[in-house]
Write a protein that binds this ligand. Sequence first.
Ligand SMILES: Nc1ncnc2c1ncn2[C@@H]1O[C@H](COP(=O)(O)OP(=O)(O)OP(=O)(O)O)[C@@H](O)[C@H]1O
Length: 760
Amino acid sequence: MQNPVQDEQDHLATFYATLDRERERTDGRLRDEQVAGTRNRQALHQRDGRIRDLNARLARLNAAEEGLCFGRLDDEAGEVLHIGRIGLHDDDYEPLLVDWRAPAARPFYIATAVENHGVIRRRHIQTRLRKVVDIQDEQLDLDRTAPGASQPGRGVVGEEILLSALNTKRTGTMESIVRTIQADQDRIIRSELAGILVVQGGPGTGKTAIALHRAAFLLYTHRDQLEKRGILVVGPNSTFLKYIGQVLPSLGEDGVRLVTVAELYPDLIATRPESPEAAEVKGRAAMANVIEKAVADRQWLPAEPIEVTVDRTVLRLDSSVCGDARARARARGLTHNQARPFFGKDIIDALTCQYADIIGADPLGGENLLDEYDLEELRKEVVAEPAVKNLLQRLWPLLSPQDLLVDLYGDEERLATAAPQLSPLDREHLLRYGDDWSPADVPLLDEAAELLGDDGRDAARERADRARAIAYAQGSLDVLTGSGSTDFDEDEESEVLTAKDLLDAESLAARYEADDDRTLADRAAADRRWTYGHVIVDEAQELSPMAWRAIARRCPLRSMTLVGDVAQTGAAGGGTSWQQALVQTFGDRWRLAELTMNYRTPAEVMDLAGHVLSEVDPAAKAPESVRSTGVKPWHEEVPPADQAQYVSKVAREEVQHGQVGVITSRSRLELVQEAIGGGDDITVLTVAGAKGLEFDSVLVVDPDGILIESPRGLRDLYVALTRCTQRLGVIGPLPPVLRDAPAWDDRTAGTHQPGSDLAG
Ligand SMILES: Nc1ncnc2c1ncn2[C@@H]1O[C@H](COP(=O)(O)OP(=O)(O)OP(=O)(O)O)[C@@H](O)[C@H]1O
C-alpha cells in the first residue's frame, strides 16, 4: 500500500492540474469575449455580463491556489471525498474536489465518533505551496480504542491542526479558518439566510471569523439572490476592517462592502472627536423624535402677518394662509423637500391673487380689470421677486441633512423646542458650532435624510450616474465603429446598429444601467438608499439605537447576522443585553445562537479575565479556553511617572514572541505612543481601538485608568485582558478586582515557549 502522504500528493497533483486547466480555460474565454466584436445591443449587454462573471470566476480560482485541498472524508461504503477551498470536477463532470461550503462537505466539520454521518475517517491534509507536508487522521467509526480514534466529549475537530493554527504567530491580519471550523461554529455559518441571527459569544469564540465565513457561505449558497445587492459588513473601527479585510478575498469572494457606522453616509468623513456623553445622547432612540420635530419646526408658521413688497406693491401674508398651505403640504405624506413645491405654489397663488386684487382693482368699483393672461404675468413677477423667494426659504426652506443638523446643534432655542424631552445637560452635549461630523452624527444625518428627501443632490448624483452610463455606452459604440464595418450578413441588418444608432449613446445608456463599471461596493457606497441582500454587524453590542435604525434601513428584508458579546460593551449607548439593544428596532424577531469555546485566549489568561467578568455580571460565564499555554499573566507595579519608559522597554522585549499590542487608558495613550515610537510589530491602542483585534503578546498599561475612565470601565478592562493569544502583562497599580486574583506569575517566570495543550 502506498504511503498515505504520497497518496495525497498524487491527488493534490490532479487537483492543481485541474485548477490550472480551469484557469487557462477561463482566461482564454475572457480574452475571447474581450476581443469579440458584436453589433447587437442585446448581445453586447450579455457579453459584458459574461465578462463580469468570468472575472469573478478567475478571482475565485486564483484565491484557491493557497491550500487548495485540506481535507478528506472516507465513508463506510469506501467512497472518498476531498474537501477544498473550491469545487472542481474532471472533464466528465465527475466531482474531484468538493467546495467546503457544499452540503457534502459538512461532515468534515461536524462528524464525531458518536454521530459520524456515515464517515469512518476524517483526514486533515496540510500543504505548503503545492506539496503535502503532513496528514492527520481521525477515526470516526465506533471502535474508539483504535489508534487515532476521535475522543468523544472533547468536542474539538482536528485537534492537532487546530492547536497548530492557534499557536501560530499572528501576522497582523486575520486569516481564514476554513480548515478548522468547529461543529458549533459550522452550525452558525450554515444557518438559513432569512431572518436576524444574533450570535452571542465571549472573547475569542470566533464570532468575527464565523461572520466572515458565513458571508462566504451565503454568497456560495444564494449567489443569485445576493450577488446583485451584495452583503454589508459593519465593523467597529477602520483598524479592525483592515485586520479582517483579507479574509473574504482569500475565500474568493468580493461582493461584500466593509464599513464602520461612520462611513454609512455617502461622501461624508465623520472623524470629528467627541465626548462619550455627547455620543451617548446622539445615539438614543429619542433622537428620532428630536430630528422629526426639528424638521417640522422648519415648516415655520409666523405668529404675525408678514409683509412682502412686489414691484412697490406691499402684500400681506396672513398666518392662517400659511397655516392652510402648510397643512395641505403636510397632508401629502411627502418628505419635507418633496412637499416644498406644493407649499410654495399655495403661497404664490395667495400672493398673486392679492397682487391682482390691488393692481387690477377698477377705480370705478367694477369687476377686476385683469384677464387670465395678466394674472399669469403677475404670477411670474411674484415668483421672480427675491423677497418672495427669501420668504419661502424662511417659511419652508430647502434643506440638506447637514443644514438641518448645523442649524439645530448651533441654536439653543431650536434645540430646546425640538428636544424638550432631553435634560438641559443632555442638550448642552448636543450644542456646538461647525459643519464637521462625528461618527455619532451619521445615524442622525441618515434619519434627517429620510425625512427631508432629496435637496437636489440625489438628482445631481443620478445625473452623474447617467453621464457615466452614457460615457460607457459611447465607449462601447466606439468599439463597434472601430471593429465593425465589413463582415455581417444581410439577415442581421435589422439587429445591426445603423449610423443613426451609433449617435444615440444616450438611449443605449438606458440599457446599460446594470453595466456600471464600478464595483458593487463602490456603487453601494455612493447610494445612501442602497439596500443589501444581507447585513453582518460585528461587535454589534456597541451600536446605539439610532445606529440600528440606520442599519435596518439598509436591509428591509431583515436578513442579518449580528455578532457580539454584551459583556464587552464599551460604548455608553451600546447594549448590555440583546433584548435591550434590539427591541426598539427589531422587536423580538431575531434568533439567538451562542458560542462558548474560546479559541484565542489561553486558559491562564482567561482565569484572570474571568474575575473581571464576574464583577461585570455575576451570572455571566466566561467562555472556556480551548488551550492552555502554561504561561501565567504577569504584573509589574510601576509608578505612573515611569510607566511609559518601562512599557517601551518591555514591549521591545516582547516582540520576540510576535505581534505586541499595548492597550492603555485614553489619558496615557499619547505618552505611551511617544515613548514607543513607530514599529510594525508593536501597536499602541485604547480599548475602543483594540475591539475585535488580537496580538501574540499584550501589555495592559494603567488598568486602573481604563477602569475609571468610563462608566463601562470594567467591561473595557475585560476586553483589554482578552486580546492576547499567548502572553499577558499588566503594568501599573492594580484595581481591587485584579489585585485579589490568584492567577499571577512573575514576569521572568513565564518566558518559556508557549505549549500546545488542549485545556482541561
Ligand atoms: N475554528 C477555528 N479554527 C482556527 N482558529 C479559530 C477558530 N475559531 C476561532 N479561531 C481564531 O480565534 C481567534 C479569535 O477569533 P475571533 O476574533 O473571530 O473571535 P471573536 O469572538 O470575534 O472575539 P472578540 O469578541 O474577542 O473580538 C482568531 O485568531 C481566529 O482565527
